[in-house]
Design a protein around this ligand. Sequence first.
Ligand code: TEU
Length: 589
Amino acid sequence: FSTPQWWKEAVVYQIYPSSFQSHPGATSGWGSIKGIISRLDYLKSLGVNVVWSSPFLTSPQADMGYDIADYMDIDHRYGTLEDVDTLIAELKKRDMKLMMDLVVNHTSNEHAWFQESRSSKDSPKRDWYIWRKPKSISADGKPEPPNNWAMILGEGNSAWTYDEKTGEYYLSLFTSEQPDLNWENPAVRAAVWDVMHFWMNRGAAGFRMDVINLISKVPGYPDADVVLSAGHKYQPAFKYFVNGPKLHDYLQEMHREVLSKYDTITVGEMPGVSNPKEILRTVGANAGELRMIFIFDLVDIDKPHVRMSLKPWDVKDMKAIVTKWQRVMSEHDGWNSVFIENHDNPRSITRYADDSDRYRHISARLLALMQTTLSGTLFVYQGEEIGMRNIYPERWDMAEYKDCETVNYWKKCQEIYAGDAEMLRHCRAVVDMKARDHARTPMHWNAQANAGFCDAGVEPWMRVMEDYTTVNAETQMNATDPENLSPWQFWQQALKDRREHADAFVYGGFRELSPEHPNVFAYIKTGSKTGEKWLVVLNFSGREVEWHMPADHQIEFWARSNYTKGQINKPKADLVPLRPWEGVLGKCA
Ligand code: TEU
């Protein structure tokens, strides 16, 4: 069993700062650091200990702050360094901590390092980025990129951006505005360590590390296999930069130079890797790299080759993914994160349950019950605690989608499927289901103008979802439904249960009970010290089902249900009837 640590028991709340909370008098329609400070009591009362904010550092916002132009200053849209000092102090007062978003696979093209690097071939910073000559010059005089890698957020474009100034390409895996740093260069690594020390010394408690497993690229930059259909000149090339050859050298150096000197919480964002052995090299108890990572298997459950596309999946796949990682980590003394939402993925009730008016609250509570009973450090994404859902298909015009990935995807669809109504309908379905915008609409605080996100009369940077008058934090915190807890109240209670029984829920052993069941996910969590056993039964379907409890199990009492806040009327053995999307927690005898 895993050694107890504060960062394992922590509940981390992710803030997407542009959409979280503006402050009174602000005229921009953007969230701000002052706005975050005004909501710390809210987070504290929910049961949160650590706040991770997506980047608020100086940025031209080509990718909403994931393109940083100055790692040591705050973007004027969000406030000032002094505001962040106040944020850290206010968090401390409440016994809470700040986790920074460290985006160092790439910088903004407006970062001084890049400006210097592109200025000439013999700039001392030339080698801070990845420059290559064109592969060839085509008959009509056009330079060709060094290989066929596709840009991740720039649908259909090359991952290489041509720079007229010196006649060379630079690698830009996400967008042209996000040139990749050359981690092979020790000076680059030293500069990153400086940034990390800067924030740790200012009072941050640690980092969420953006695509940290992309920092080492396969030398030689070989062409990727062709997997996308005609019309796509460039191909996804993940195998040439996901967990590349020097990743572990770099992470160990980071640990030696920075992390080992502080008591930190770190989580590496690591898309594209699902091999337990490889992952344990980073998150094993003695790995000396990171505390935990984000594994993408669950949020990429419907992803074939690229995120903006769809693949069918069923509940059994979902159960297998959760079970796999619960077991890998406990059997090998590794540590993991538990999450189902973030700013890059659509809303969980829409994806994994039922977001209709009838079932959305039940679904939100079902997913809360699952996540709060799984081992790992729990991450809650803003709005998840009130059951925010995806943008309503058809009610939004494509022009209202802001994310660069969505915009580029839609543009590419128009190009390659011009006149093909069916394919264009399919593209729209992908947007409706997968666009990152779904998670980025302003937070619903109350039923007032702009959902309380920004002052009345100020236009929010992104349209507020139309359901805010009924689905918002204030209404849910004050709900007095005699039958039901609101999703917010349910989360608050479930987080309290998790704290009080951390031995079972945070650290406990995991055993799945009916792996073959097509819809019911049932598991037992066993406390590592206390030995107490809890049974979780979750019906991931809109149908009533009867679940067979294995003969060797009996319930002492049913503790929680997503259908009622009162007495739970269920048999304590044999056949357990479950309503649509019902989830129950029972203490085993
Ligand atoms: O995301 C990295 C990432 O690979 C994805 O989650 C990404 O959104 C998806 O693959 C697109 O298809 C991180 C950040 O979380 C994201 O917001 C940034 O855009 C990206 O890195 C670049 O910094």
